[in-house]
Design a protein around this ligand. Structure first.
Ligand SMILES: Cc1ncc(COP(=O)(O)O)c(C=O)c1O
Length: 396
């Protein structure tokens, strides 16, 4: 049989999706599975976006411009201006989700075996994009005890080699929920300038910040125009994950013109989804206020319920809608699988994401899980109760 590529063989499985067959089997046995494993919000998509797709007179569903429609990019630039980020339509490439922006960013700045330093735990698909681009992920450890704050800058400095091309952060963080402060971004800005590196900031959760904390973007930082690259997306902002629209944003003209070549190879981002996403930009502020209020209530409920469980530790998220939870088990992978295969409480169980897959350092996160609080309060409370009961009967 013809053989599979080394690259293909080394592509990591998604820790978020790898337990899906066990969940499907549980459902076939008639068990209700409460999904805490995936960041698919239950929040309604703004009606204005859905209507824009319904109410238009397109006769030919054409390709759009490679970099995304001009009107849409101009409107995105105005959205950034409102968020104190000064960019023009020419600094933006519309992509097929933030996912594609990530792979364009890595493809544009790194060659085979070049290195990107990423604080871990990190969004697990960074591993997939890095493998596909031939890039080596170099992790720098952030800790639950510190709420996953930025590791000391000396820890980054120690890892910089002639092959280092970038530092990649996710702000606010998936899976940590940590929101980097202005001071932390400034420290990163200094180090990338000192070593002439890129600073890629995945800001897809920018809107989701809590406790009156404000998001500070890498593109708000002066003097970073040549270094900063933003990865952004409409997926979570407007609960439009299925639209598959994101953006790569940078003031660095060489990065834009290189990313554009990658974009040309895939022709254009989806047309209908751009129409929906452009309309979504007119979503009233009240929508975000309501959504934020709901996430804060869910977070507070989740954390207080988890803190009641014996032997459980949890970091307090200040943004996004995830948290890392340490469990009194040796191997959270086994526990998560066991929940789906062997445990039920009144015909219900819970699916969580084992956290080891969010770390690049082997052995880290083995007793941790990631929870996405994208379900209503009743389901969240029930899910934590089930986890608590399960922990009482689970044996490693
Ligand atoms: C941190 C982060 N970045 C990027 C993405 C990719 O999002 P999308 O491709 O749907 O825009 C996600 C999706 O969950 C994410 O959590």
């Amino acid at each position: 049989m013809p053989s599979i590529s080394k690259k293909g063989l080394s592509m990591p499985q998604s820790p978020i999706r790898k337990l899906v067959p066990y969940a499907e089997n549980a459902k076939k046995r008639g068990i209700k599975v409460i999904h805490l494993n995936i960041g698919q919000p239950d929040i309604k998509t703004p009606q204005i976006a859905l209507d824009a797709v319904k109410n238009n007179d397109i006769n030919v569903l054409e390709y759009s411009r490679t970099e995304g429609s001009e009107n849409y990019r101009k409107k995105i630039a105005r959205y950034y201006a409102k968020n104190n980020i000064n960019v023009t339509a020419d600094d933006i490439i519309v992509t097929t989700g933030g996912s594609e922006a990530l792979s364009f960013a890595m493809g544009s700045i790194a060659d085979n075996d070049d290195e990107i330093i990423i604080p871990e735990p990190f969004y697990a698909n960074y591993n997939g994009f890095a493998t596909a681009s031939g890039v080596k992920v170099v992790p720098v450890v952030s800790k639950l005890e510190d709420n996953f704050a930025l590791p000391p800058i000396e820890d980054f400095e120690k890892l910089i080699t002639p092959r280092t091309k970038a530092i990649l952060i996710c702000n606010p963080g998936n899976p940590t929920g940590y929101l980097y402060s202005k001071e932390e971004i400034k420290k990163l800005a200094q180090i990338v300038k000192k070593h002439d590196l890129f600073l890629i900031a995945d800001e897809v959760y920018r809107e989701f910040t809590y406790d009156d904390k404000e998001h500070y973007s890498v593109l708000q930082e002066e003097g970073l125009d040549n270094n900063a690259i933003i990865v952004d997306s409409v997926s979570k902002r407007y609960s439009m994950c299925g639209a598959r629209i994101g953006f790569l944003v940078t003031k660095n003209k060489e990065v834009i013109s290189t990313a554009l070549k990658f974009a040309q190879a895939r022709l254009s981002p989806p047309t209908y989804a751009q129409i929906a996403s452009e309309a979504a930009l007119d979503t009233p502020q009240s929508y975000f206020n309501d959504v934020k209020k709901e996430y804060v209530t869910r977070r507070n409920l989740l954390i207080s319920e988890l803190e009641k469980l014996e032997g459980v530790k949890v970091a307090r998220p200040q943004g996004a809608f995830y948290c890392i939870v340490e469990l009194p088990v040796l191997d959270a992978d086994n526990f998560a699988q066991w929940l789906l295969e062997h445990f039920e409480l009144d015909n219900e169980t819970v699916m969580v994401a084992p956290a080891a897959g969010f770390y690049a350092t082997k052995g880290l996160g083995k007793n941790q899980i990631r929870i996405a609080y994208v379900l209503d309060q009743e389901n969240l409370k029930r899910a934590v109760y089930i986890i608590g009961e399960a922990l009482k009967s689970y044996k490693d």
